[in-house]
Write a protein that binds this ligand. Structure first.
Ligand code: NAD
Length: 342
């Protein structure tokens, strides 16, 4: 029987997670919660997704001639798992309401780590999340870092990790955020919160990150340095490992992938919905092995990279599948690639 899921907060992350749930054979999307009867609510309804709202917003939807399926409480009454994709901090406020309904809860990376029993990445700690009451899927940058760090750790053992995070200023639809013409240390203090977030999953890792925000909406870029305890003899071994890892794609600047704009253009050319790139992108020609030191440059599509992890988190928390079964099914249903983008 399919697990019944509701998505509260239907913005950048919520709408993508909802679409992904619709593609899972073992999940049913019972509905989503919208606060306004805007075009996003109407598009959801046009796709046949039941739209719920907050009880105090029912009048607003009625006035707009939008027939909702019910209010938040009605949705929570009819599901097993809630995926909270509201803006940072709101999930923690909703938690007691979700608990009142006896729900399994998935939160996003904008919430502080203590919102859930475990911070989650499919490649690192799927089993820690099995059967828990609540899980937090870490943020986009942390998901990108953890995917590759856990892969490298398994193969070679990780020593120190140092990373510079070049953050996108805003998502494409966020018109009120900046900067539009500056580079902003964010924060100026080191380590940035990304290292601390990685440590919510890998507490033993010696990692330091520094971050700046730049005027782009497309993707984040990370420049990473890692020490390998048992390094391979050749960089080709590392490239082969990454090529064989699910949800990691390698691109080459010699093939024209000179920037994040080229990666996004390729995603559009191959017909990716919303030009989403849930795979972590690694520039093959950046991967450099110097004795036990490994360097590389990677790009993270902030709007979509956490979507497969949300789907896996639903399977982990409900005990529907093992890590490898879930990663395989998620990637198959969402059309995620390994090795090459096309
Ligand atoms: P968003 O602003 O795009 O979407 C949030 C949605 O929640 C909006 O539709 C908003 O109307 C709705 N909402 C606001 N208050 C609500 C309430 N009280 N009840 C129900 N719905 C409400 O935000 P987002 O970018 O999707 O971020 C959601 C979470 O995902 C945050 O924790 C964020 O940190 C995390 N996250 C975001 C990104 C990203 O790049 N956008 C990446 C990874 C993780």
């Amino acid at each position: 029987m399919a697990v019944k899921v509701g998505v509260v907060g239907y913005g950048t992350i919520g709408k993508r997670v909802a679409d992904a749930i619709l593609k899972q054979p073992d999940m049913e999307l019972v509905g989503i919660v919208k606060t306004k009867p805007d075009y996003e609510a109407r598009i959801a309804a046009s796709k046949g997704i039941p739209v719920y709202t907050l009880s105090e917003r029912l009048g607003l939807f009625r006035e707009a001639g939008f027939r909702v399926a019910g209010c938040l409480e009605d949705l929570l009454e009819s599901i097993d798992v809630v995926v909270d994709a509201t803006p940072a901090g709101i999930g923690a406020k909703y938690k007691p309401v979700y608990e009142k309904h006896g729900l399994k809860m998935i939160f996003q990376g904008g919430e502080s780590a203590d919102v859930a029993e475990v911070s989650f990445n499919s490649f690192c700690n799927f089993d820690d999340a099995r059967g828990r009451g609540s899980v937090r899927v870490v943020s986009c940058n942390t998901t990108g870092l953890l995917r590759i760090l856990c892969t490298l750790n398994k193969a070679y053992g990780l020593g120190r990790v140092r990373a510079t995070i070049v953050r996108r200023a805003a998502d494409p639809k966020e018109v009120k955020r900046g900067p539009v013409n500056a580079i902003v240390p964010n924060p100026a203090s080191i380590p940035s919160h990304h290292a601390l977030d990685v440590k919510t999953v890998l507490p033993w890792l010696d990692i330091v990150t520094a971050a700046v925000v730049v005027p782009t909406t497309l993707m984040h870029v990370h420049i990473v340095y890692a020490e390998l305890k048992n390094p391979p003899s050749s960089v080709d071994d590392v490239v082969k490992l990454l090529e064989e890892t699910p949800r990691i794609v390698l691109v080459d600047s010699n093939e024209g992938f000179k920037s994040t704009a080229d990666i996004v253009e390729a995603a559009r050319d191959i017909g990716r919905k919303r030009y989403d790139i849930p795979e972590l992108i690694v520039w093959r020609d950046s991967v450099t092995l110097n004795g036990s030191e490994l360097y590389w440059i990677q790009a993270v599509h902030q709007e979509s990279i956490v979507v497969p992890e949300n789907i896996d988190a639903i399977r982990a928390i409900t005990g529907l599948a093992t890590a490898s079964e879930s990663i395989r099914l998620t990637d198959e249903t969402l059309g995620l690639r390994r090795g090459r983008l096309f």
